[in-house]
Design a protein around this ligand. Structure first.
Ligand SMILES: O=C(O)CCC(=O)C(=O)O
Ligand SMILES: [Fe+2]
Length: 299
């Protein structure tokens, strides 16, 4: 029988090749594990960032924020109780607030994070939603995470206090809920009422671009089709405060037209002459309300 000669060199080469492949495979596995670890750390990092971003209010005076002298003036007889101040925010407060708003992280529930609305595409973020608490009472949720979601964060609590100090809200019903809206040019909000879950008073600060808001009288069922809706408009300037309550809150809808890149004031405008043209840019609104049943400042 003829024995085949063993090619040791070939065996050695194959052995080396196998080792190399196996090393490569092990390295690949290690790489994957490392990446996973990094991703986990990254996610942790982002999560911490979420909390830090919202609480990150680098404002002098220990964060204390002051509104300007309000000079809120009533701008309408019918509906009564729409008041407006064009200069509620100091420029430096407006800049610091804009920076704070821009650093709020995106999220999917809008509770302490920016959620994109399906229809209007604008982004919204809420603070002071106590329903959110049940979600954060989950044992795995940390106390500080609950805190971020359930209390008003630093700049908003300062504004809420200022609004009470300036008699915009009574101290018995201070603002304990804030809805933030972020609009890109062309985005708006459908005509709506703010509803019965809040006290009948709304205070909205505007930042960024000017925009026109419309107030339209709500019609009774038998008036629909027979009575023309009355619309009044208000030019919301950057740094302004709009307050409406009572009749304007209960009996009028308010909204900002969508798909509009330029607002032109008309005779119906309560605080600016007609034919004033404003080109829309990015805008933020901060709407303060007292949600019935919420604790005072949610403190
Ligand atoms: O952006 C605005 O000025 C209005 C916001 C508003 O009506 C709301 O959030 O309910
Ligand atoms: Fe509203």
């Amino acid at each position: 029988m003829r024995m085949e000669a063993i090619d040791f060199k070939k065996l050695l080469r194959e052995e080396r090749k196998r080792n190399k492949n196996s090393n490569r495979q092990n390295n690949n596995i290690r790489d994957q594990e490392e990446i996973k670890k990094l991703q986990k750390n990254d996610t942790d990092h982002v999560d911490h960032g979420k909390e830090n971003n919202v609480n990150n209010w680098n404002y002098p005076n220990n964060g204390f924020l002051e509104l300007r002298e309000l000079r809120l003036r009533s701008i309408c007889e019918d509906p009564q109780s729409i008041s407006y101040s064009s200069t509620a925010l100091h420029n430096k407060v407006e800049a610091a607030l804009t920076n704070w708003l821009q650093n709020i992280p995106s999220g999917d529930d809008g509770l302490g994070n920016w959620k994109t609305m399906k229809h209007g595409k604008r982004r919204v973020c809420m603070f002071g939603e106590e329903e959110g608490q049940s979600k954060f009472q989950h044992p795995q949720r940390r106390q500080d995470e609950m805190t971020v979601m359930c209390m008003l964060p630093p700049p908003l609590i300062e504004i809420a206090r200022e609004l009470v100090k300036r008699d915009v809200f009574p101290s018995s019903c201070p603002p304990n809920h804030v809805l933030l809206n972020e609009y890109q040019p062309g985005q708006g909000i459908l005509s709506h009422t703010d509803g019965p879950i809040y006290d009948h008073r709304t205070a909205t600060l505007s930042l960024g671009s000017d925009i026109v808001i419309e107030f339209t009288k709500r019609l009774a069922a038998d008036e629909i089709g027979t009575v023309t809706e009355t619309t009044k408009t208000v030019l919301l300037e950057s740094g302004s405060l709009l307050v409406f309550q009572g009749d304007a809150y209960l009996n009028y809808c308010h909204g900002i037209p969508m798909d509009v890149l330029q607002d032109i004031t008309t005779d119906e405008c309560l605080n600016a002459p007609p034919h004033q043209i404003t080109t829309r840019g990015p805008r933020y609104s901060l709407t303060f309300r007292h949600k019935k049943g919420n604790s005072k400042y949610s403190e």
